[in-house]
Design a protein around this ligand. Structure first.
Ligand SMILES: *[C@@H]1O[C@H](CO)[C@@H](O)[C@H](O)[C@H]1NC(C)=O
Ligand SMILES: *[C@@H]1O[C@H](CO)[C@@H](O)[C@H](O)[C@H]1NC(C)=O
Ligand SMILES: *[C@@H]1O[C@H](CO)[C@@H](O)[C@H](O)[C@H]1NC(C)=O
Ligand SMILES: *[C@@H]1O[C@H](CO)[C@@H](O)[C@H](O)[C@H]1NC(C)=O
Ligand SMILES: *[C@@H]1O[C@H](CO)[C@@H](O)[C@H](O)[C@H]1NC(C)=O
Ligand SMILES: *[C@@H]1O[C@H](CO)[C@@H](O)[C@H](O)[C@H]1NC(C)=O
Ligand SMILES: *[C@@H]1O[C@H](CO)[C@@H](O)[C@H](O)[C@H]1NC(C)=O
Ligand SMILES: *[C@@H]1O[C@H](CO)[C@@H](O)[C@H](O)[C@H]1NC(C)=O
Ligand SMILES: *[C@@H]1O[C@H](CO)[C@@H](O)[C@H](O)[C@H]1NC(C)=O
Ligand SMILES: *[C@@H]1O[C@H](CO)[C@@H](O)[C@H](O)[C@H]1NC(C)=O
Ligand SMILES: *[C@@H]1O[C@H](CO)[C@@H](O)[C@H](O)[C@H]1NC(C)=O
Ligand SMILES: CC(=O)N[C@H]1CO[C@H](CO)[C@@H](O)[C@@H]1O
Length: 409
């Protein structure tokens, strides 16, 4: 289920004013509020025991009229949305046991700190949980696995450490797990890069989450190899494992299932210690657009499909590996490559002339290889090219360079 779908489901059950109130829920939430930090400047200002339109009954104590709280027809709280509400404090007094009907909880982008308490597991109706961009610390409680209806789990950008609980594998409905996603819509996440310290290995059990479409575990200290069970995730569109200490081999064609799957669109395992060859099974990932394997210990030559656009790559970054052989010669007119970075490898031979077919190329980096060629002035035909790096190779007739450079806008 997408975020939109999750929200739609959520909204369907929402009505502004309930028939019955829930004074217990109101009291419990007010107790939490009273333990929070300075909330004068936040949406919590609507959280009051007696709203100004009070008419005297317990109805007025309903939290359902509060900003960012949603209720069902019975007046039970089913949604709490405090994203970007300047909330500052902990979950220590959060009324986990009073909010058993809650389905949607978004506390992202606040200043919440302390631990994510095991009592989170009491919110067994939750389908959507977003605690990202806060200052939660400590480990992810294994009790999170009690939230069996969860479809979306976002814990991005906190100060959590410890290992990923293997119990997450029990959350069969999950389709988005973001323990750290870098999305273009939230570029400021870069600031938090160093704050995230999950350790241990990637649990095999993640392979059970067969509805998973996005898995981001980047920028942690994860060790071990990429579990072959991730090959079971046939709907996985995005896999970010970059910036860890992962070693071992890419599960290859000998393994039970190839990685990535034909659905995979973005595959980024850069900045690890992964050894071995780029498996030819990658050619089956026909939907692959972004392939980033840089800064690993990959060896061997390139599968041909990476150049002949039988897959429609827009980014291919293999920088800083030990790849060798010649660069495939078959870049076709259908190529959608915008970035081709093969720098810091052992590629040899000449530059393939067919690169002129890659009319969308903006970045072309062959720095520090063993390419022997004349200076490829013909690259001047690539009108979008902004970055061209050829140094530390054996390019001849460099005297042509000024003239060639002139060809580039
Ligand atoms: C509390 O918030 C108000 C409004 O933003 C601000 O003026 C005040 O300085 C804050 N007080 C503290 C102690 O942070
Ligand atoms: C109180 O009622 C008035 C009139 O019905 C309405 O305009 C106002 O928004 C209400 N205020 C709150 C806090 O519900
Ligand atoms: C109001 O709620 C309290 C408990 O919070 C309850 O004891 C009382 O009977 C309620 N009053 C009405 C009029 O429903
Ligand atoms: C939660 O609040 C944010 C900001 O107020 C809003 O953009 C978002 O649509 C809200 N989500 C729901 C489900 O109401
Ligand atoms: C989950 O919500 C449903 C409907 O709102 C409710 O009947 C049920 O008791 C809730 N589950 C728990 C464990 O409270
Ligand atoms: C996690 O961080 C807490 C303090 O935030 C520390 O006490 C604990 O030892 C850390 N655990 C690990 C496994 O790093
Ligand atoms: C998942 O993958 C593992 C190892 O790759 C395999 O043994 C297992 O049968 C797979 N499970 C399913 C349900 O496909
Ligand atoms: C390929 O990716 C596009 C979006 O980039 C998506 O709409 C389509 O469903 C994907 N196809 C497969 C087979 O995954
Ligand atoms: C590619 O997919 C086809 C069809 O599913 C399969 O037969 C073949 O073994 C796959 N090739 C690789 C290298 O995984
Ligand atoms: C591209 O490469 C794949 C895999 O090597 C091959 O099956 C396919 O025929 C090639 N297509 C073209 C147009 O060369
Ligand atoms: C450009 O690609 C076409 C196929 O799309 C191929 O026939 C042609 O030879 C390529 N051009 C060069 C210069 O290799
Ligand atoms: C009601 C109020 O004071 N709101 C302010 C809270 O803080 C943000 C940013 O610091 C301001 O933009 C709001 O006006």
């Amino acid at each position: 289920m997408s975020l939109v779908a999750a929200l739609a489901l959520f909204t369907t059950f929402t009505i502004p004013l309930p028939a019955q109130a829930s004074p217990i829920e109101a009291q419990a939430l007010l107790k939490w509020k009273s333990n929070l930090g300075n909330h004068s400047n936040s949406s919590l200002s609507s959280w009051t025991p007696s709203p100004c339109n009070a008419t005297g009954s317990n109805l007025t104590r309903s939290p359902c009229a509060w900003y960012d709280i949603s209720c069902n027809r019975a007046g039970r709280v089913i949604g709490i949305n405090l994203t970007s509400a300047y909330v500052d404090g902990t979950l220590d007094e959060f009324p986990f046991s009073s909010l058993s009907h809650i389905m949607y909880m978004d506390l992202s982008i606040n200043s919440l700190s302390g631990r994510i308490l095991p009592q989170i597991g009491l919110l067994s109706n939750l389908t959507y949980l977003d605690l990202s961009i806060n200052r939660f610390m400590g480990k992810i409680p294994p009790e999170i696995s009690h939230l069996t209806r969860l479809t979306v789990l976002h814990l991005v950008s906190n100060e959590l450490n410890g290992s990923i609980p293997q119990e997450i594998g029990q959350l069969h409905l999950l389709n988005e797990v973001a323990l750290y996603c870098m999305s273009t819509t939230t570029p400021f996440l870069v600031i938090f890069l160093l704050k995230w310290e999950l350790t241990g290995s990637i649990p095999l059990e993640l392979g059970k989450l067969n509805l998973l479409s996005e898995l981001c575990l980047n920028d942690n200290n994860l060790i071990g190899s990429i579990p072959p069970t991730l090959g079971n995730l046939t709907e996985l569109a995005l896999l970010y494992l970059y910036g860890n200490q992962l070693s071992g081999q890419i599960p290859d064609e000998i393994g039970p299932l190839p990685l990535p799957s034909p659905f995979t669109n973005s595959y980024n395992i850069a900045y690890n210690k992964i050894v071995g060859k780029i498996p030819s099974s990658i050619c089956n990932a026909t939907n692959l657009s972004i392939l980033i394997l840089c800064n690993n210990r990959l060896v061997g030559s390139l599968p041909k499909c990476l150049s002949n656009s039988s897959i429609g790559l827009s980014v291919l970054n293999l920088r800083m590996n030990s790849l060798l052989g010649t660069i495939p010669r078959t870049f076709s007119q259908r190529s959608s490559l915008g970035t081709l970075d093969l720098s810091e490898n052992q590629f040899e031979g000449a530059l393939p002339q067919s690169l002129v077919n890659c009319t969308r190329l903006e970045i072309l980096d062959f720095n520090n290889n063993k390419i022997e060629d004349k200076f490829p002035a013909w690259l001047g035909k690539l009108s979008k090219l902004k970055v061209l790096i050829l140094r530390s190779n054996n390019f001849k007739s460099l005297l042509d360079f000024p003239r060639a450079a002139h060809l580039f806008p």
